[in-house]
Each structure stands twice: as structure tokens, then as C-alpha cells.
Design a protein around this ligand. Sequence first.
Ligand code: NAD
Ligand code: MG
Length: 385
Amino acid sequence: MTRRGVAILGSTGSIGTATLRVIARHADMFRVVALTAFENASLLREQGEAVRPDYIGIVNPNGDSSAEWATGPDCLIEAASLPAVDIVVNAIVGAAGLQATLAALRAGKRVALANKESLVMGGDFVLSACDEGGGEIVPVDSEHSAILQCIGTRPSSEVSRVILTASGGPFRDWDADRISRATIDDALNHPTWRMGRKITVDSATLANKALEVIEAHYLFGLPYDRIDVVVHPQSIIHSYVEFVDGSVIAQIGFPNMELPILYALTHPHRVVDPAVRPFDPTSASPLTFGPVDMDRFPALALGIQAGAAGGVAPVVFNAANEAAVCLFLDGVIGFAEIPRAIASALAATSALPSGTLAELIFADAAARSHVREHNANPVSEHACP
Ligand code: NAD
Ligand code: MG
């Protein structure tokens, strides 16, 4: 059997390194053809020595690069389009992942998509690139992988609703006043998942769940009134699908991103993976569920409203959130300023046009400038994009 070629974009991150572990266990099926990273040259070099890919790219070499490496942001598109690549694992964080998703789909690749921001920013453009290029999007996000697995080969006309589970993040039981005083360390202390810093903060504001609702809308073609969210602190049920006859199917397992990553590589097939911890209902017990509280987590409501409003709203929600999270992690703004900055950017940009990709990218930049101008300390420089 010929091995399928894989490009891992964002190989030095949480999903990128997990993907390398998964592929190392399935080296008979997959070969790493390309690796890219933002700036962690030393880890990228180590990974390159271990898997010997054809292509290595670094966006920001900071003077530490190897002669044969490609450099600059174009390396993402180059790696995503290489002829030897069958599957592009897009594990880049943030809006920086969009162009690579588009390029991979236009080149007819399977995109194993962790970078949900691609779909939130440019959902319609991503879906058309997929149609035009003959590519395919298979989600890595655990909730969307669960939904895909629950739907299986059933036609979408049989799906009545999806229910995304949310851990509730570290502030699930905190009152609004305490949440508003949360520190960076508090926000980075996620109860069930170890992930990159941006998505960890998004999981504390619940902006991540809003991004996932929008992601589900595009992936499964469902209107927003058929996508629900329930808080499930144990992160054992990864999501549910309700069918038109009232039957509900869930996908279940101990939280570990290696499983949805493997499934995104092998879909629609399943392969043996000895590293997966066998499921044990007794030790997973009890499983509990509760409603989401939009008042304590305003970013969730803002994001779902932005998705339903369409136009520039989703791209602005995503960009304003990214800029605000960056300022929060830099210690410039408090935790409660994140949803305020998003709301303010949404209000300020609502009249911008959204008909072309260039217009969406303009709106993304406008939202970031708005957040910086209204929140950054003018005497200090910030590297937040
Ligand atoms: P991370 O911060 O750990 O890693 C991000 C990767 O992207 C790094 O390799 C970094 O070098 C690269 N990168 C950052 N900025 C870049 C830029 N401007 N250009 C090119 N590359 C850049 O993040 P992560 O936790 O691995 O998350 C990656 C994506 O996967 C995010 O979209 C996140 O929402 C999604 N996701 C992550 C998890 C998880 O468990 N970590 C789960 C579901 C979805
Ligand atoms: Mg998720």
C-alpha cells in the first residue's frame, strides 16, 4: 500500500506535536512530507531530523533557520499545495491558517482541520474552494469529529439537531464578579484539556464554543437554530446528533486529541491504535450536564449572534477575539475586557462589506485595529496581530 503524504502546518504546537505522535504509530500508512512552524526553529529542526520530510518552512525565522528551509508566510501555501501531499493537517492557530486551508482545498487535498478560525472567517469561501478544487474537509476538533462519526453515512435530511458539549472551562462555577478578576494563570488552567494558549483562553471565555457553533454550521450545513450547546464538565461525551425520528447518538471517550486526529487521517475507515486508553464507563462516571450561562460568558452569545447575522460579523468576532486574547495574555487588558472588546468591534464594523475575500480580510484588519486602538496602552508597543 502506498503511504499517504501528510503536511503538518503548525507542527510545533499542541495539535501539531500530537499529530506527529499519531503518525509515528502509523508509519505504515502515512509519511510526513512537509512541516511548518511560526518561529520555534529548534523544535522544528528536531522534528525535521526525526521524520525527514521533503519540505520544511518557517514563517518567522528570527535569524535561526537552516539553508534548505523555506521562510516567510508563503511557505504555508507552498507546503499545503505540494504534489506529494494528500492530507494537510492545518494545526495553525488563528486567522493565519485561512490561506493555507484555501490553497489545500483548491489543490484537491484532504484538509484535516484543527484551524476552526479558517471556517469562521471565510466559511463560504472555504466551501467553494472545496467544491472547485475537489478537496475535502475532515474536522479535527473533537466535537465536530464526534458529530461526523455519529452521522456516518446518514443523509443530512435525517439530522434534526446537533448538541455540542462544552466543558465550561475553568470558570464554570465562578460568579461574574470573580470571573472579571480572573488572572492569566487562572484562564490558562483548563480542567480537562492541555492545549495552546489562545484556545485555552477561548475555552475560559467560551468564545471557543461560539467558534465551534459557527464551524458546525459550515461543516454540517445546519442553521443556527439546530445547533445547541450543553455544559458537560467531564468532556467524555464529545457531542450528540439527534435524528428526525428522535433517536440521539453520541460519541464517547476519555478526552485525548490523538483520537480525532487519527480519525481525520483515516476517515471513513478506522484502524487499530494501541495507544488509546480503553473506555471504562465506571471510571468515567458520573457524567453531568447543565445549561450554558450566556450572562456570565457573554463571548458565547456574541459569537453565536455573529454567526447567525452573517456578513462581516463572524470574521470580526474572530479577529476581535484574537486581538483581545493577545492583549489579555500580554497583561494589557483584564479578562472581562475580552467580550467588551469583541462587542465594541462588532458594533464599529457592522456596515463593512463582505462580498469578497479581500473585503473579509479588510474587515479582519479593521476589527484588530479597533481592539488595539480602544484597549492598548498607547505608550507601549504590542506585537498582537
Ligand atoms: P498552539 O499555539 O499550540 O500551536 C499553534 C501552531 O501554529 C504552532 O506550531 C505555531 O508555530 C503555528 N503558528 C502560530 N502562528 C502562526 C502564524 N502566524 N503563521 C503560521 N503558523 C503559525 O495551538 P494549538 O492548541 O495546537 O491549536 C491549533 C489550532 O487547533 C487552533 O485553531 C485551535 O483552535 C485548534 N484546536 C486545538 C485543540 C487542542 O487540543 N490543542 C483542540 C481543538 C482545536
Ligand atoms: Mg473543540
